[in-house]
Design a binder for this molecule. Sequence first.
Ligand code: NAP
Length: 306
Amino acid sequence: MEEREVVIIGGGPAGLTAAIYGKRAGLDLVVLEKGSFGGQIIITNEVENWPGTQHTTGNDLAKSFHDHAEHLGCEFRKATVREIIPGNDRHVVATNVGDIAAKSVIIATGATFRRLGCTGETEFTGAGVSYCAVCDGAFFTDQDVAVIGGGNTAVEEACYLTRFASKVYIVHRRDEFRADRLVCERAACSEKIVPVWNSVAESINGTDMVESLTVKNVETGELRDIPLAGVFVFVGTVPTVSFLNGLLERAEGGWIKTDARMQTSVPGIFAAGDVRDTPLRQVVTAAGDGAHAAMAAHHWITAGTC
Ligand code: NAP
């Protein structure tokens, strides 16, 4: 079986930063990624809070992380992890392209978009329902769309969609957004953005493509039909952990519990970035987690303690 000092699962900001720090510390490591390198950030158009860079795109930032790791000689592999089999001095990472025995494993698999669960959401995914404004926004040029949610993602992506759509409803279940003040102020300046307060999506309707959204006012119970062509769902995220099959202690929602050094409940297995139980999920915190995890893995391998 292939043997490594460290296997990093996930090629987003946390995994790539762990790779950079791990490689610089002299660790023999491989980064596994099942999709494209960069993680969720690659579908974000505007990144304005990466220190030292006033404005960049998620794709450019992800590419710079990847190029940096590649320049240091990090090895990357396309692989889907099926499970991690814990051991005393070796953990086995089982993948669709073979198994790897590793002294240490860093889980940096991130999170994916939470589904809304309303009628029509699954049926119209790809036919008017989307989870990515950068990917699909241009399809709705001069048409009306709705964004569901009130967090940073929902309000930022609604602002982005105003470049294309004629009107962008933001359907939120409360009467104020959760998003940061600056983001809310930007949305308030747009004449194209129309908040629909105290409302949830009841059903997404159409024949072949989305034609309308039915929203329900949570205070009055009143139903309202909004004619539109697209519905963008941004109601938070869920951790990518299905391959763990119950391994590792988890917080509510499935987020992996770690200590301050990213150590999970199994010695030698670390978690970094959005997948872990953390109060802030940002590129900068994911990168910080990745650095901690790599240094903790180095300490575990060289000193034999966490
Ligand atoms: P989030 O902050 O968890 O917000 C999710 C939003 O969806 C909330 O407004 C929530 O409503 C709403 N929601 C949840 N379930 C719902 C349901 N079933 N029906 C209707 N609405 C529902 O998620 P996020 O916006 O994806 O952000 C995730 C993390 O990334 C956050 O920490 C965020 O700050 C960060 N982020 C940061 C930036 C940035 O700094 N520029 C950009 C994007 C994301 P309630 O408010 O009522 O709970």
